[in-house]
Design a protein around this ligand. Sequence first.
Ligand code: HEC
Length: 108
Amino acid sequence: MKITRLLWAGALVAGLVPLSAMAGNVAAGKEKSAVCAACHGQTGQSVSPDFPNLGGQHEDYLYRVLLDYKAGHRKNPIMAAQVENLSKADMADLAAYFAAQSGLFVKR
Ligand code: HEC
């Protein structure tokens, strides 16, 4: 009985580790997003059709795409400059923040 519980707990922890390794902090992301708001809007509703909406997009997608801009796998001169000084933790926080916003268009 005890052994089974131990194995179960171990499997749970093993499963959660990769998730928590990239899980960003929404509050920290909000602070770091001030610079992004100029184009993408404060809550990820972009200020013009030239910029994609980030609000409500999947966290893992947003994180991935930021890594890709930084690594040069996705090429865009504007975004390349934006991610230049961001750490992986910064990107995870930003992804968490924008993913936590509504994806629905809200009238400003
Ligand atoms: C000067 C305007 C500008 C600023 C500031 C800016 N971005 Fe962007 N962002 C863009 C443009 C333009 C694109 C579309 C680029 C492309 O086609 O790949 C984009 C694309 C993105 C995408 C991809 C969206 C998708 O749906 O694939 C993400 C994520 C993103 N930006 C995050 C950020 C974050 C986080 C910040 C702040 C650190 C930021 N951006 C600051 C202009 C900006």
